[in-house]
Design a protein around this ligand. Structure first.
Ligand code: SAM
Length: 288
């Protein structure tokens, strides 16, 4: 078996198919067997698992996934990679390659068909230009997921695990932490990829909660409050929310809610925890 994690083998495949990297698809292929082994181990895959891989590329990580999981569903947007994958994955009978844009795919339907409703594990070296939409759509579409273990830009991983009051803390942090427990499990330098990206990378594992850690009577309202609070970071939460076009609360109503919570009227959104936003949404929900 020609493992593609070995650079020589990747180069051979690229030359054989005269493959041209497409920047617009965020194509940076892994060429480091240690990193690949680490991702597989941190993803905690067993022979019972069905894995969804987003963007298999030439099949580098897919080879490892096929060997450790019961079944792999790999979704690749670039049709020039499909014949290459047929070649590099020819030894495996437990992989299905779907030539689609993952953001347009009905993943719930696939999970239902492929695993009879059992939760899947998502493992990927993500295309960085759509990291946030991919992660958020998996959570928001309520896909039955056990965990998501993905390579992303280090800077985005740091935003996801950041704490209230820090510069990285924001809407993405709160959204991911509402649905899951995130943890950075590896840092990966640019020289582990071909071509080398301009940024450093990190592998983040998000273990999905069975039920969210905070209780909110109106989840949509909570996320709108979060959005309004971080649209203009330098504004106070009262100004941010009362000026936010998607909501209809007055300055007085927001200030009163903050006082009820024992918080200052001049507080900024970045100081509030997820639990604070849940409480705020429950108070303001009564005004709707
Ligand atoms: N998994 C491979 C590896 O680690 O070597 C390739 C990872 S590369 C960073 C990202 C892959 O995602 C590319 O193969 C790219 O063509 C694919 N991709 C980009 N946008 C996509 C989309 N919207 N849906 C599915 N795949 C996509």
């Amino acid at each position: 078996m020609a493992y593609l994690g070995i650079p020589k083998n990747t180069i051979e495949v690229l030359q054989k198919y005269n493959f041209n990297f497409q920047k617009r698809f965020g194509q940076n292929f892994l060429i480091d067997t240690h990193v690949l082994e680490r991702i597989i181990s941190e993803a905690e895959i067993t022979k019972d698992d069905v894995v969804l891989e987003i963007g298999p590329g030439i099949g580098t990580m897919t080879q490892y996934l096929c060997e450790s999981a019961s079944k792999v569903i790999a979704v690749e947007i670039d049709n020039t990679l499909i014949p290459i994958l047929a070649d590099t994955l020819s030894e495996y009978d437990n992989v299905t390659v779907i030539n689609e844009d993952v953001l347009k795919l009905d993943i719930n339907k696939i999970v239902e068909e492929e695993c009879g409703g059992r939760p899947i594990k998502v493992v990927a070296n993500l295309p960085y230009y759509i990291t946030t939409p991919i992660i958020m759509s998996l959570f928001e579409k309520d896909v039955k997921i056990d965990s998501i273990t993905v390579m992303i830009q280090k800077e985005v991983a740091e935003r996801i695990i950041s704490k209230p009051g820090t510069k990285d803390y924001g809407a993405l942090t709160l959204a991911v932490n509402y649905y899951s427990q995130p943890e950075i499990v590896a840092n990966v330098p640019p020289n582990c990829f071909m071509p080398r990206p301009n940024v450093s990378s990190a592998v983040i594992r998000m273990r999905r909660y069975e039920k969210p850690v905070v209780e909110t009577e109106n989840k949509a309202l909570m996320f709108k409050l979060i959005k309004g609070s971080f649209l203009q970071r330098r504004k106070t939460l009262v100004n941010g929310i009362s000026n936010f076009s998607e909501l209809n609360f007055t300055k007085e109503e927001v200030a009163e809610a903050l006082t009820q919570m024992g918080l200052s009227e001049s507080i900024r959104g970045e100081k509030l925890t997820l639990a604070d936003f849940a409480t705020l949404s429950n108070i303001l929900n009564k005004k709707i």
